[in-house]
Unconditional design. Sequence first.
Length: 825
Amino acid sequence: MTEARPRLRRTVGDSLEDFERDLISNLYYQRGTTIESASGPDGYHTLAVTVRDRLVDRYARTAAAHYAANPRFVYYLSAEYLLGRQLRQNLLYTDTERWVRPIAEDLGVSLEALEVYDVEPGLGNGGLGRLAACLLDSMATLDIPAVGYGIRYEFGIFKQTFRDGQQVERPDDWTFYGNPWEFPAPDDRQLVGFYGTTKADPKDPTGLKKHWVPGETVRGEPSHMLVPGYGTQTVNIIRLWQARASRESFDLARFGVGQYVEAVDDIVKAENISKVLYPDDSTELGRELRLKQQYFLVACSLRDIIRRYRLRNSGWEGFADKVVIQLNDTHPVVAVTELMRLLVDEHGVGWDEAWSITRRTFNYTCHTLLPEALETWPVRLLERLLPRHMEIIYAINHFFLEEVRAAYPGDEDVVRRMSVIQEGDERRVRMAHLAVVGSTAVNGVAELHTKLLAETTLHDFATLWPERFHNVTNGVTPRRFLRMANPRLSTLITESLGDEGWLTDLERLHGLGTAADDPAFRAAWRDVKRQNKVELAAAVERSTGVLIDPDALADVMIKRFHEYKRQQLKLLHVITMVNRIRADPQATYVPRTVLFGGKAAPGYHAMKLLIQLVNAVADVVNTDPVIARHLRVVFPPDYNVTKAQFVIPAADLSEQISLAGKEASGTGNMKLALNGALTIGTLDGANIEIRDRVGADNFFLFGMDAPAAAALRRSGYSPRSFYEADFELRLAVDTIASGAFAKGDRSVFAPVVDAMLGRDEYMALADYRAYVDCQDTVAEAWTDTERWTRMSVLNTARCGFFSSDRTVREYCAQIWKVDPVRVSP
Ligand code: HBZ
């Protein structure tokens, strides 16, 4: 390997003195203030850039090493990233926290006080966005050359507040005070077209090459954030695109005549593209804008990928050897057509060669099983917004259906089912089909999910191309979700295992297995959990005003509100506990705190009403002196990555109660088990793999499995028959219907009751009895403290598999075929 560039000089030192000097210098020369007059935000920003600069050094060396090695790169395309707070992470990854604490103390501030200014970039909705962040962390940690591409939404996921118990969404103006972690890179801006017309190329006899004349162009301006690896020198980047109007968009003439609003019309329209993250698909509004976002991300990123490829390579034959693109769900799938367009129309590559390159470049991860969550776009919308791409889709589909017809002569039914175009009153493009057709590998995110994908949603494709289908079970980064979130447990683990090697080799947690039998270790384990609960209790009191008992069983359900996840089932259990206490206040009960966390999509009315019901039940429970002696229900608003890091280490019981066959994987389930919470769960998603590993004795299983649920549905499911057959269930549902949680008003929560007794789409009532009985087993188990602790330790000890490092290694081996590039210090 030759060094093609001059040697890079290090600019920051690595001693405490260097760090302190840089802090002061940054405060003066970056922030323009002095120690005496610095505000909290001044302190935070100064610390942030000082820590960041340590990473810039590594980034420069990473870029040089990558340039020299010219390796195959992974490009991760995702509409969402939930990165979490950056300050603590970067202190840990640069090992500078040990300096910062004493320096801050000297200056009379605490790290905790500065951290309140560390705003989490909420550029995602839930599991899919957080998975993207975990994978980036692990790729850097494993020295995998990678870039994440996303959108720099001006407003991230909304802030959730409660007014009279109802969810109220407020904008998340996350960059209001500036973001010290990002670097604008205006030189790498890209132009993106929309609308317009296409023209045939008279010189092209095949008719497959065309010329697109867009009717509108928008600039994409990138900035990047650093993604450091843990325990290594590699620092990768995530590149985020922001939409900017082209310069001509400002109408000076109109402005001159006082038409101030009209003068900036085009600017506003263009910049709306990256204005706001879509809070999933539940709202019909703004569909066109959402498709625009998707194409904007794809167009900017592909041009950037090609630019990077050309820095060291020429010709197109080798493109797929240097570039592998992972499509995170269907949101960026229009990339398949964009790469075809770039190759065929703009770079003159023949269709067949372009298709071979494209197919070898892309891979697709599916994150759902719900048919309604599979994206489709109206043909008419695509024809208008992306006319050339629609033509390319027709051509891809034409050649693809020829292949299908060759494989199944005379079977037009299979052709109709597999076609990229869905026929009907309104013809639509099936993005998942386009993704499978245009990819080398397709993967599900847990074993059951992959199996069900191949058997149901993508059955025809898995039959035609079995070699394309893979499973890569999700994982989570142990750095953020164990080491950072749970420093006490981490210290205990390190003491027990002898060193911190487990942080990058999580299977080493198995070493805790023997410690589970040591009463002193168990006592220490309990002590950590209790301290975490004391801390959580203080935070919960601050945010909700409700006092919780750190000695009560902490029963947590933290995830997006969705019918299939079945928060309604958890609520029926809570109400059953209430009814039991009311019926027999003198009996002994295991004290519990039930903690809910999660947002509902703003347009998802059923789930917003359920949130209101949770809050209403919490009110009744927490203010009734008899009930509150045994039970508390809390719902701290605005669950996000930061709050997850508070709640997860304090949890005793992890609620993973989706209807079997509906949750693709789950990742919260992994984070909680890794932190020693016991799971109560169905045989769904990755729960199955968690249970396989921690052992059936250390997992509270209940309910129907996926085949049983499917069979019940086929046989004609009647929620009412379950309601009528079970006294406690009837009482719980009737309690809601009676208006007991709405000051006697029966109408408020009537839709919840109607949904339960009418369709009960996710069969909560069918699993109710098994669930409540299983919760009784949980309560019983809780009373045997030593046994519970042992189970808790074994959960942590046996969850090493669920590190996202393992996930990334599997992607590398099965799908990406990339090798690490080491960066020397
Ligand atoms: O992806 C989740 C799955 O529900 C979960 O089971 C899995 O563990 C996780 C990671 O693989 N899916 C999502 O989070 N999906 C979304 O957030 C989403 C966002 C926008 C959409 C559709 C879905 O338009």
